[in-house]
Design a protein around this ligand. Structure first.
Ligand code: FES
Length: 111
């Protein structure tokens, strides 16, 4: 068992208190950033807001976030014990809360 350190952007859209929380996450080889986020929500902070669906198939693309400044699938990115990994919502999309951005096409939004 190793330990990853995840620096996670927190806060809601328009909230001036947007900040980063850093968490230590135990993991075994093969675990992904999404596994770490699910573990955090289960064991440390149930208010952490993330989005995912297929878990590890690169099918739904709902787990897409910025990882160390690059857009990536959280379910396909391995956790690392070598460095702090900084997680942000998708750039260029309206921010909703924590790691979730508005990704629906404008015509699909309900009024
Ligand atoms: S959870 Fe579906 S692509 Fe990552």
């Amino acid at each position: 068992m190793r330990t990853a350190r995840l620096r996670v952007r927190r806060g809601s859209a328009g909230d001036p208190a947007v900040h980063y929380d850093e968490f230590a996450v135990p993991f075994d080889d093969g675990a992904t950033v999404l596994d770490g986020l699910i573990w955090l929500r289960t064991h440390r902070d149930p208010s952490l807001t993330i989005r995912y669906s297929c878990i590890n198939a690169n099918v739904c693309k709902e787990c897409t976030i910025a990882i160390d400044g690059s857009v990536a699938y959280a379910c396909m990115t391995p956790l690392s014990a070598e460095r702090v990994m900084t997680l942000d919502p998708l750039p260029g999309k309206p921010h909703l809360r924590d790691l979730v951005s508005e990704t629906r096409p404008p015509r699909e939004k309900l009024e």
